[in-house]
Design a protein around this ligand. Sequence first.
Ligand SMILES: C[S@@+](CC[C@H](N)C(=O)[O-])C[C@H]1O[C@@H](n2cnc3c(N)ncnc32)[C@H](O)[C@@H]1O
Length: 469
Amino acid sequence: MTSRSVPLEWILDIEKPAFEGKGLARLDGRIVFVPRGVPGDRLRVRPTKIRSQYAEAIPIEVLRPSPDRVDPPCPYFGTCGGCSWQHVRYEAQLAYKRELVRELFVHLGGLTQLPEVAPPIGAERLFGYRNKLEFSFSPRRWLLPKEIATGEVLDRDFALGFHLPGRYDRVLHLERCWLAPEIGNRLLQAIGQYARSRGWSIYDPHKQAGYLRNLVLRFGLRTGQVLVNLVTHTDEPERMQEMADWLREHFPEVTTFVNNINTRPAQVARGEWERVYLGPGYIEEQIGPFRFRISANSFFQTNTEQAERLYELLRELGEFRPTDRLYDLYCGAGTIAIYLSPFVQEAIGIEEVPVAVQNAEENARLNGVQNVRFFCGDVRKVLSEALLSQYGKPDVVVTDPPRSGMHPDVVRLLRTMAPERILYVSCHPATQARDLKGLIDRYRIEVIQPVDMFPHTYHIETVVRLRRL
Ligand SMILES: C[S@@+](CC[C@H](N)C(=O)[O-])C[C@H]1O[C@@H](n2cnc3c(N)ncnc32)[C@H](O)[C@@H]1O
């Protein structure tokens, strides 16, 4: 089909949810992906990409709304890439996530003889649930269509908010994020105004120059503690000390303020070094009977309430015995190993970020847990024959890798270690399905239980229990 024969508009019925929160429709035997398309919708759409097997299109008008549609409360919805399903009833979001997990396991993973995917464990708190927010500064503000329409003169050289999906250099300026707790939104506004009032420059990725890069906020939702982390391109101690004094005066809720300095071009909200200007440099959060210390750069589940449900689920599914040796792979700040420590003889955690391992060791000490041990490094290297012969093979493994999943060497190591049970926790079921494929000739998949850590987004956490054949 040539571009001249492309129709400007199509009318489509959305049949089912597709990946990344899109809706799937069919037209003349071709699959069409439509962002914000909800199953049951009839939409007028404009095609943006046409390939032989599939096409992409953006909605222009809802001709007949799906019964699953609701009004999204957030005015940035549709432009901001953070939430894709605020316009979908929560029960329907859960049903879509369940369907997508099944689809990924069966079609993408090619996995057969699967148990039914259990209904996802839903969240009670649907807004304000995030205990971590990562905002970006940008000298190029992306305006909402309605901001352009007002004709008001807006400052386009300053934005503090979220990157537009797929645009590393454009940021949507936010006054508020609906997933943030109230203190997070007050800090977002005030810190943006503070930086502007002082005329601090913003890092420009094209020029690789400028000062401000990211604002990262972390909250102990159950302890009331708040961490502010400003990520900058250069190290300016005087400025930061001044800001610490300002925070102390205006935000007594802030219990610690740190500055990460990232001099590299990579757009990551993590510095090569960190300075602490206020408080201890970490916050604490409570999960079950345990209190966890979290630094700016340690991984911690972003939804505290659902993390507790997830860890409780692991306890139930693990069928732990007091004689068990547990390995917690990709353990972050040691939370899973510590949470499960009362139910096993000993636990070994492996994690590659040094400050997270430091947190894990402190967390064990703080909670009086003596049967856990942590190792720092890439799981692929640390999980060696030497480690196994020194500390013994595991009876149970909990593995919770990043979105990229496990390295094939780690899958091979799991096969040779052959623990009786594996609990595979994943925030990306596509890579989980791929990794499971490397295990199913030795293991039976017994349980597939999604947990919704991220209401209004298309993301889903999935726990799979495997038992050795
Ligand atoms: C999804 S988080 C899991 C954290 C932890 N289980 C929890 O519930 O808080 C994945 C963790 O794996 C770590 N990580 C990523 N790649 C790694 C690797 N190759 N070896 C060891 N740790 C890794 C990350 O730093 C992160 O802490």
